[in-house]
Design a protein around this ligand. Structure first.
Ligand code: NAD
Ligand code: MG
Length: 383
């Protein structure tokens, strides 16, 4: 029986993680749940999964829940509560589905406590890949990807020698604006942006998928998860999202992982690795697929990708700044303050103004993140 902590349990990945757990009660139990402010959903989850602790980071939401809740689960609040859940002694594995840089300290707390980390929260690896992977090595913990592309790569690498990998090919759906010119992108609306063709996800990653910043974040995520150079990571647009990613080896053989686009498969693999068990996800039927197609991404229009490669190759604090500027820009876009293409201007300008520190410790990353947020916000206000 594996005891699982789910951080970000009320979100898209968090709720799907709990579905996976509910389908295999003989294998998993929930030790702790944590979320930001959705007290109503967290309370339902507490009743269904009976964790030992449950956390709401937002103090007002935590107060609301504490006033009406009368069960056995211990309720905690704030960042302290989140870190206590991440490092909870009775847990075997921590699945982090928090969105953004806000997940970094919890990921580090889980690893410091010797827990395996099933990671959906890619921003953590983007901002602090060096620190997070070094801590995992020191503590001999696994970082198991939940992101579908990285789960695919992990599956393609089973039984293979890492030294014989020629390159990793990350697939991208291309998002709702695939094939659009910059002119057309200038006038796209938030509603259009939130209609992803293949996946239902949280709002931030849905916007990131449209800008291809999500793929940029995934390139940096792959660099750290698989300890591979940027020149060995390619991105290929594959609109059907059936091939989740591929690995090319020295002999020219390419291994791919396929499946319907359903996050419950990679979530479950991260929890059962290296085993496989029956899944609630629908099955791929080759009779229903007429074609699998591929395109080179448009780096001139979708700047999210080249900016990520630039940030990653420079390294140091720059990927952290790329991520922070994007988080601020996406929030501004979601609240109608800026247009779609402005997201790129915010990231590019903030990166351009940054003085990179090459070997940052955690404190330097936290400072760089705060600096980038302030710089991006000032740029947006001046727009
Ligand atoms: P979401 O917005 O649906 O959920 C986010 C969760 O994080 C919520 O439970 C929220 O309460 C919690 N949260 C937010 N801020 C927090 C904070 N400061 N402290 C603690 N908890 C906080 O997002 P999502 O779509 O589930 O994505 C979560 C992560 O998984 C992101 O990093 C995303 O890039 C990644 N991811 C998502 C998908 C997907 O299909 N949704 C696929 C691959 C990777
Ligand atoms: Mg992905």
């Amino acid at each position: 029986m594996k005891s699982v902590v789910v951080l970000g349990s009320t979100g898209s990945i968090g709720t799907q993680t709990l579905e996976v757990i509910a389908c295999a009660p003989e294998r998993f139990r929930v030790a702790a749940l944590a979320a930001h402010s959705n007290d109503v959903l967290l309370e339902e989850q507490i009743r269904q999964y009976r964790p030992e602790i449950a956390v709401l980071v937002d103090p007002d939401a935590a107060d609301r829940l504490a006033r009406r809740y009368r069960g056995r689960t211990v309720l905690l609040s704030g960042e302290e509560g989140l870190l206590a859940a991440a490092a909870y002694a009775n847990a075997d594995i921590v699945l982090s589905a928090i969105v953004g840089f806000a997940g970094l300290r919890a990921a580090l707390a889980a690893l410091a406590a010797g827990k395996d980390l099933a990671l959906a929260n890619k921003e953590t690896l983007v901002a602090a890949g060096q620190i997070v992977t070094a801590l995992a090595r020191e503590k001999q913990c696994r970082i198991l990807p939940v992101d579908s592309e990285h789960s695919a790569i992990l599956q393609c690498l089973q039984g293979e020698k890492r030294s014989q990998v020629k390159k990793i090919i990350l697939t991208a759906s291309g998002g709702p604006f695939r094939g659009f010119t910059s002119d057309r992108l200038r006038s796209v609306t938030l509603e259009e942006c939130l209609q992803h063709p293949n996946w239902r996800m949280g709002r931030k990653i849905t916007v990131d998928s449209a800008t291809l910043v999500n793929k940029g974040l995934e390139v940096i995520e792959a660099r750290w998860l698989f300890d591979i150079d940027y020149h060995q990571i390619d991105v290929l647009v594959h609109p059907q999202s059936i091939i989740h990613s591929m690995v090319e080896f020295d002999d020219g053989a390419v291994i791919a992982q396929l499946g319907l686009p359903d996050m419950r498969i990679p979530i479950q693999y991260a929890l059962t690795y290296p085993d496989r068990i029956a899944s609630p996800a629908p099955r791929l039927s080759f009779n229903d697929i007429s074609a699998l197609t591929f395109e080179v991404p448009d780096h001139q229009t979708f700047l999210g990708l080249p900016l990520a490669y630039a940030a990653g190759k420079t390294g140091g604090t720059l990927p952290c700044v790329y991520n922070a500027a994007n988080e601020v820009a996406v929030n501004a876009f979601l609240s109608g303050k800026i247009g779609f293409l402005d997201i790129y201007h915010v990231i590019e300008t903030t990166m351009g103004r940054h003085q990179v520190a090459l070997q940052p410790d955690l404190e330097a990353l936290v400072t760089a993140d705060a600096w980038a947020r302030e710089t991006a916000a000032r740029y947006i206000d001046a727009c």
